[in-house]
Design a protein around this ligand. Structure first.
Ligand SMILES: [Zn+2]
Ligand SMILES: [Zn+2]
Ligand SMILES: [Zn+2]
Ligand SMILES: [Zn+2]
Length: 360
């Protein structure tokens, strides 16, 4: 994750909506693709505070009205949009939480923050998720929903309509309870997971989306060779068996997580999410000067070697603060080969050429 500079030279981070040094409002400018100081204009609206850019900007409606976003839209683009002007991240939302419920706005903020980080990583890799209208493949959308509890006071009974975090046909649904720290940690311990985070949910669910648009009907033969047959047993049978019997003994020798052993689709999603973890950690480590060279996005083995070295160090730093390991996964050979498949799939579908390292 990149860091940015305010007009006053203070460092800014991806979520900043105000500079803590000079007090200027800040936001993401789509013109120079950076978090910048926003300069208010006498006629209303804003101008990008990066002198090399200076684009006229309008705040995203979710920034303006709800403070859950910090992105802007160029004023020229905004003029062509009807009603609410939504930025290039918020425009994927199909359902947002009910903001009349206390604390749901805070939860929504956390979800949007994680979603912006997800999109940053997808853009870094050139993964195609902004499909043209003419593209027949499913369009990406998000539902951020809460369980619905209906009370029948007369009968002292209630019913709960559960929202399940998941992906179907381009629609990623996240139960906003996952944005509640106490609840998410309770689930993590209950399910015996090494990590449970919002960004982790986004990385897992987007993997199912990319399976659908990049593998389905395009690369299924190769996929089968690496992850196994996704059609037999069926997903429903595999799910039932997993919840009945749990993960097979010795799953650590073949899978990146216990859940990955459930079905090839979940194996792919867990592996893909781990790949995104790796890319994100390596990129951030470089951006904050932990590592001198940028991640070698075109060289899978180089990335794994660097990730392992960094992971050992970061785990020890986290332990010195009593925190969970940053990189809990052990990338055994079969897991590495599955990650290599993900790497090659992304490279084959990337809209950009990976940045090759300099001076190597
Ligand atoms: Zn500043
Ligand atoms: Zn700009
Ligand atoms: Zn927005
Ligand atoms: Zn899944």
């Amino acid at each position: 994750m990149r860091t940015y500079r305010c007009a006053c030279e203070n460092m800014l981070f991806i979520d900043n909506s105000v500079c803590l040094r000079c007090g200027k409002e800040t936001g993401f400018c789509p013109g120079c693709r950076a978090v910048v100081a926003l300069l208010p204009q006498p006629e209303g609206g804003w101008r990008c505070g990066n002198p090399a850019c200076g684009v006229a900007l309008v705040k995203c409606a979710n920034y303006q009205q709800h403070s859950v976003c910090n992105r802007c839209v160029s004023a020229a683009d905004a003029a062509t949009l009807a009603d609410d002007v939504l930025c290039d991240c918020c425009c994927f939302n199909q359902t947002i939480p009910d903001l009349t419920v206390p604390h749901y706005a805070e939860k929504w903020y956390r979800l949007e923050s994680a979603k912006r980080r997800l999109f940053y990583d997808l853009d870094l890799l050139g993964l195609p998720y902004r499909l043209d209208e003419s593209d027949p493949r499913p369009k990406l959308r998000f539902d951020f929903k809460a369980d619905v509890i209906t009370h029948c006071l007369m009968r002292h009974m209630g019913a709960v309509e559960r929202v399940y975090t998941g992906h179907a046909n381009g629609l990623i649904t996240i139960n906003i309870l996952e944005a509640d720290d106490a609840e998410r940690e309770r689930l993590r311990v209950h399910l015996g997971e090494a990590h449970r985070t919002l960004i982790g949910h986004f990385r897992h669910e987007i993997a199912h989306y990319f399976w659908e648009i990049l593998v389905l009907g395009r690369d299924e033969e190769e996929f089968r060779k690496v992850f196994g047959n996704h059609e037999n047993p069926t997903y429903q049978d595999a799910l039932a068996a997993y919840y009945k019997n749990g993960a097979p003994a010795g799953w650590q020798e073949r899978f990146v997580s216990a859940y990955a052993s459930m079905h090839p689709w979940e194996d792919f999603a867990e592996t893909f999410a781990t790949y995104l973890d790796m890319v994100s950690v390596l990129d951030t480590a470089h951006q904050v000067d932990f590592t001198r060279t940028p991640p070698r996005l075109g060289d899978f083995d180089a990335m794994v070697t660097q990730y392992k070295a960094l992971g050992i160090g970061m785990n020890e730093i986290n332990r010195s603060m009593g925190l969970l390991d940053l990189v809990p996964e052990v990338l055994v050979e079969p897991v590495r080969e599955k990650m290599r498949y993900v790497h090659n799939l992304i490279a084959a579908n990337s809209t950009i050429t990976p940045v090759e390292p300099q001076n190597q």
